[in-house]
Every structure is written in structure tokens, then in C-alpha cells.
Design a binder for this molecule. Structure first.
Ligand code: PAF
Length: 279
């Protein structure tokens, strides 16, 4: 595996490659990331991964400085997966001057749910993803469904800007007890780790309620939030949305079996977890 930090060198290395499959990451790789790499391999060749902890997508009080950086272990894992190039730029390589041109997703998708609780997050994500796409020029790129809103924003960006990159969605990779794998799980204490799968249980129970015909969505969401609070969680949101645009469904949508999804973000101790379940 070639480890490349400069954009020019990356372009030289990938010149003429028409079927590159790309997996962007912020490192601290776990099985979830590796499942994205395996899916990428099924859709293209060579496989290129990137590791870059993107300051632009962290809020002032978020964990940019303490975000886990495990570069050597990450290299070993990607090498074992047969990744051809790891693009691991420094901040100077990628942001040699302040990044003043940015990608602004539409408010109806970018300022709701995660965007409401993490202002500027999706501007930071969209900007870095577009920039990485311009560096790597992949034919396909793989994103996990765990970050469902991110996946939709990137997919819409790619479509609306006519990027030559197809966005592939990967299923959420879960531990045996159901907890979605995330680099931030390592912040959980032992007792919080035992409690953490309860978020998914809550989402499954909402899915069950909707599937059995309940239409009182606001009430269901309120009860689910209150139950989490009773168990010492601090939920930001639990929200049933339409899968096509992440807007709240109306009664007709519920009657017409519009594909739905329930998304949640909640803090357990100081660790913020997100998850979702398609209904
Ligand atoms: O999902 C992530 O790890 C990041 O948001 C991404 C897509 C690598 C952009 O920094």
C-alpha cells in the first residue's frame, strides 16, 4: 500500500485510473470502516482510502483535539484489506490556506437533525468530501448508513453538481449486542457500553409501533425520548422521517406506506451516539 500525503503525488499515482473506489475516513478504523473497504472492492479497482481528521466539521466545543488518532494501527488494517493507496494528508496539504470556499447544503436537509445540533457540521463534511473527490477522482465512493443524513447530503451533492462519482451506501456494521460501531464508542465507560445498545432497542420499538399502524408520531417520539431520559440518557432527538428527503411524514404518507426511517442522537455520559433504523 502506498501512503501519500501530497495532492500532486496522489494525482500522479492515480493518473489514468478510471474505476477507482474510494473510502474516506477520519481514521481510528474499526470493522465498520473495513466493511466499507470490502464493499468498495466489489464496486471498483483500485481501492483508495483516506484518513483526515477534518477540523472544518467539528464545532468549537467538540472533540477535534481528543479525536482518537491511531495511524499505525490504521495502516496495518488497510494494508491487510489490500488497499492500493492511503491518502493521509496533513492539514497543511489539504488546507494550505484558509478554506474560504465551502459547500453549503440546502437548509431543509443540512440544518435539520444533526445539522440543528451541530451547526456547520454538514458544510464542513460536504466541503471536505468534495475536495477529497477532486483529489482522488473516484468513480464510486462508499459511505455508511449509520451517518444516514451525511450519506443523503453527499449523494445529493454528487447528483446536483454532476460529479462523476457514484455514491454507494453500506449497511451499518453492528457489534453482537446491536451497538453501531463508531470511533466514539471508545469514549464509553464499561457500564455505559452495557447500556449503549438500548438506543437501538428504542428505535426498534418505534419501528414496531409504526409497523403495527400507530400514527401518533409526535407522541411516540416524546415517549421514546422520555424513556431514554429515565435511563440517564440525554437525547437530542428521536425523529421519524421520510427516507426520501428526511422530512416528517404526514398522515397520507403513513397511510400510503411511504418508506420511513427513525433517527436518533443521544448522549450517554459525555459520549454522543447516533443511530437509525429503516422502517
Ligand atoms: O464519516 C466520516 O468519517 C467523515 O464525516 C468523512 C466522510 C470522512 C468526512 O470527513
Amino acid at each position: 500500500m502506498k501512503i501519500i500525503t501530497s495532492i500532486d503525488e496522489l494525482r500522479d499515482q492515480l493518473r489514468g485510473q478510471l474505476r477507482t473506489a474510494f473510502v474516506p475516513t477520519m481514521g481510528n478504523l474499526h470493522e465498520g470502516h473495513l466493511s466499507l473497504v470490502r464493499l468498495a472492492r466489489r464496486h471498483g479497482d483500485p481501492v483508495v482510502a483516506s484518513i483526515f481528521v477534518n477540523r472544518l466539521q467539528f464545532g468549537p466545543n467538540e472533540d477535534f483535539d481528543k479525536y482518537p488518532r491511531t495511524f499505525q494501527a490504521d495502516i496495518d488494517k488497510l494494508e491487510k484489506e489490500g488497499v492500493y493507496v492511503l491518502f493521509a494528508p496533513t492539514e497543511k496539504d489539504l488546507y494550505p490556506e484558509p478554506q474560504e470556499y465551502r459547500v453549503q447544503p440546502p437548509g431543509n436537509l443540512g440544518d435539520i437533525l444533526e445539522g440543528e445540533f451541530r451547526p456547520g457540521f454538514f458544510v464542513g463534511v460536504s466541503t471536505i468530501v468534495l475536495k477529497l473527490f477532486l483529489c482522488v477522482q473516484p468513480r464510486v465512493a462508499v459511505f455508511g448508513k449509520k451517518d444516514y443524513q451525511q450519506l443523503m447530503i453527499i449523494r445529493n451533492m454528487s447528483r446536483q453538481l454532476a460529479l462523476p462519482t457514484e455514491i454507494i451506501a453500506a449497511e451499518t456494521y453492528r457489534a453482537e449486542d446491536g451497538l453501531a460501531l463508531s470511533s466514539r464508542n471508545m469514549y464509553l465507560s464499561a457500564s455505559e457500553r452495557i447500556e449503549a445498545p438500548h438506543l437501538l432497542k428504542t428505535l426498534h420499538s418505534l419501528k414496531h409501533d409504526i409497523r403495527s399502524g400507530r400514527k401518533d408520531i409526535a407522541e411516540l417520539q416524546k415517549i421514546a425520548m422520555a424513556r431514554l431520559v429515565e435511563r440517564q440518557w440525554k437525547p437530542d432527538y428521536i425523529s421519524i422521517r421520510k427516507r426520501c428527503d428526511l422530512q416528517p411524514p404526514n398522515t397520507d404518507d403513513l397511510t400510503n406506506n411511504e418508506p420511513l426511517i427513525v433517527l436518533a442522537a443521544a448522549k450517554l455520559g459525555t459520549t454522543r451516539l447516533i443511530d437509525n433504523v429503516e422502517i
